[in-house]
Design a protein around this ligand. Sequence first.
Ligand code: GLV
Ligand code: MN
Ligand code: MN
Length: 412
Amino acid sequence: MITKTEQIKKDITTIARFQSKKGRGCNRFSYTPAFRQAADYIAEEMKKAGLTVRENAVGAILGTLQGEQPELAPVVSGSHLDSVPEGGNFDGIAGICAALEAARAFHDAGIRPRRSFCCIAIPEEEGPQFGSGLFGSRAMCGQLYDDEIHRFRNAQGQSIAEVLTAYGKNPEKIASEMIHKGDWAAFLELHIEQGPVLDREHLELGIVEAIVGLKYYFVTIKGISNHAGATPMTMRADTVLAMANAVSAGADTALTLGDGTVFTTGMIQTHPGAGNIIPDKTVFSIDCRSRNMNSIETVMKAVKASLETSKKQNSGLSYTIEERLHADPVEMDQSLQSLLETQTQLLHIPYKRMCSGAGHDTMVFNHLMPTAMIFVPSRDGRSHVPEEWTDYRYIQQGAEVLYQTLRHLTAQ
Ligand code: GLV
Ligand code: MN
Ligand code: MN
């Protein structure tokens, strides 16, 4: 094999040192000084691998190996550079390092492909910072909500536009730098599986067939605050109680559907947030995913029905539901899957074809070009936690499959 395990390990462990805050696990949030350090490290390594490096309007790092026919659309590979709070060191980073290692392999072999190859490190995929997700790729592909960069704000109240400007970017340029159909020939992303399938089945690689659809919402319930002891149970407009019923209704519906639909409430804020005051405001998140968008709609109908019931029973209650992210389920390109499969078989790597339950930038790029994903095993199926771990050897094998496939695609 041409790609090197030691180099991938060095990149991943180096990037793991760049942390936005001290604490458990990986905390590398887009556009913070630690994110800048990580981006600068990637840019330097890209340059060493002979790539021409630029940073776009949303802070993605793009390193290009110019092909013999630069007028042909490039083949692009990479992943995201940010992490969730208290996450792991492999989510996103593994895919950037695999693409970087593929670039080094081209460089070391002195190969100038016919078509350009571009390695990319994408910002702000995860979403908790601004209460959304897939921001970097959606911005690059013209899929932002109206006024999103001014409306969506972090915990400090800063808008995405303000944070980007402080990072030295000009948000006004996002539109003019957008990519269109035909600009990129294909996008390939290596990623950790983030689930237990490969690990349990003792397989070393997954070829992704499809990615589930997802919707993300913020629900705000308003009620009336009052004394926790002196207000009878029949005389309350308790926003937390309304939230608890709505969350139960959503989760129960997902379970009853039995088609793999999942429902999560991971963020809850109550106001005023004191133990002896009935809360007059609760804001909570709903993350619902399924292969079937109708199932997500069914779950959301149950949530709304529950909120309506709470409203009827408590005249002081009202609520709003705000959609913060919508990504349809996507199928990976058949011929790219076959190419990945051929390379995997040639390298005798035990593998399977599978579906992704997690969201990825690939699902955004998929609207503009053929896409494919390589999964590598997550130990014990753990991800978005400090315990997240993938053997470097598996990442290297995946990087080798990626490199061989890129060689093929850039020769066309
Ligand atoms: C990204 O990790 C997501 O699926 O939420
Ligand atoms: Mn990821
Ligand atoms: Mn993630």
